[in-house]
Design a protein around this ligand. Structure first.
Ligand SMILES: [Zn+2]
Length: 385
């Protein structure tokens, strides 16, 4: 009898410990963690959504998470890795060499747009997706000819040759693009071509911020779609830019309807980097918060779709940004060691079928190879370096 009573007591205590203890911790010290949703086993990868927070190192995403009530959409990802962002000719990469690594699987020199160290064009993941009949997209909160989006669709020895990069948009039948840089298409200094007219002649629906607010635009998946959000570079979120989340959420169903074979899209939160260059903590946080909403939209689509691999990372860290001791969750005090990029490894978050490929530590070029593998494409001729 006595032994049985003891046993019951112990059991009751155990139940109380296991069920009550974590709850108390949760309520007092932590925000409710986001739920991790398991991926359907053996699901195929039909679509890849690639989100790049330019200049978003661990410091930036930590500050953004704290400023967001100690929560970010990245907490829903169960697969996390690290990539090494260095360039072929410099330990500290720029966005062009880094995006070439993502887009083409090759390390190259800083400033290169999808060309190798000898300035020879190398095929991009987006171009290959087009060739295979997938729908493709590029969205950025910079101009659409800026380094990161440019590396998926253009080939140029130098990142600032914006007019030449814009002309390369005519070489690949990209289905959906949204970003700034209208003047490089429409009012060109080196020739009289109006690339918006040339795109329209090829069946594109082209619009811009001057003709219609992006919010009121409904992209029709019967035609390719391009929208210019600024003449040159779009303004920061803090000054009223608000299209990135909308451009992301409109792109997924659009691209899904454009092709039965699947889609590839790269979406860049471009200005987290510019906050780092400006050594401006508030700029970094406000841009991260917008990017976090883009991640949420992509995650919601990927969950519902079941055949979408979602990968979120950055090209490099910017500013050597660190959170200082006087900081609180509501008031982040940041300090900077640089007004340029730094060389720390960069976190990679993956969700969906194929996501398991992205755990571990690897080269930035491996992101390209892992995406090819996820799509079930043959190993490329180009080596990892
Ligand atoms: Zn930068």
């Amino acid at each position: 009898m006595r032994g049985t009573k003891m046993l019951i007591l112990i059991v009751i205590q155990l139940i109380c410990f296991s069920s009550c203890q974590p709850k108390v911790m949760t309520e007092t010290t932590m925000a409710k963690p986001m739920e991790i949703v398991p991926v359907k086993p053996q699901a195929i990868v039909k679509n890849i959504i690639f989100l790049v927070g330019d200049g978003m190192g661990l410091g930036q995403l930590s500050a953004g998470t704290y400023a967001n009530g100690n929560q970010s959409a990245l907490e829903a990802f169960s697969v996390i890795g690290l990539h090494k962002p260095y360039a072929q000719n410099k330990l500290i990469t720029d966005s062009a060499a880094a995006a070439t690594a993502f887009a083409c699987g090759k390390k190259t020199y800083n400033g290169a747009i999808a060309v190798d160290k000898d300035k020879r064009s190398i095929p991009t993941l987006l171009e290959e997706a087009e060739e295979k009949g997938l729908a493709t997209g590029l969205v950025a909160s910079s101009s659409i000819v800026h380094a990161t989006p440019a590396c998926y669709i253009a080939h140029n020895e130098y990142r600032k040759n914006y007019e030449e990069i814009a002309a390369d948009f005519l070489d690949t039948e990209i289905d959906y693009f949204v970003g700034g840089g209208l003047k490089y298409f429409q009012r060109r200094e080196k020739d009289d071509r109006d690339l918006t007219k040339e795109l329209q002649a090829r069946g594109y629906t082209i619009s811009d911020y001057f003709q219609a607010d992006f919010k009121s635009v409904v992209p029709d998946s019967k035609t390719n779609f391009g929208y210019f959000t600024a003449d040159e570079e779009p303004i920061p979120v803090s000054m009223g830019r608000d299209y990135l989340v909308d451009a992301a959420s409109k792109s997924f169903p659009f691209l899904k309807e454009r092709s039965n074979s699947g889609f590839f899209i790269m979406i860049e939160g471009s200005q987290i980097d510019w906050g780092g260059h400006a050594n401006d903590t508030d700029y970094i946080i406000s841009e991260f918060l917008e990017f976090n909403e883009v991640i949420k939209e992509a995650l919601a689509f990927a969950r519902a779709d079941g055949e979408t691999l979602l990968v979120v990372t950055a090209d490099h860290e910017t500013g050597g940004f660190a959170i200082q001791k006087e900081s609180t969750m509501d008031s982040i005090a940041g300090a900077f060691t640089s007004d340029y990029h730094t060389g720390t490894m960069i976190p990679v978050f993956a969700y969906g079928p194929g996501s398991e490929l992205f755990s571990g530590i690897y080269e930035n070029t491996d992101i390209y190879h892992k995406m090819r593998e996820a799509f079930g494409w043959s190993a490329s001729g180009s080596s990892g370096q």
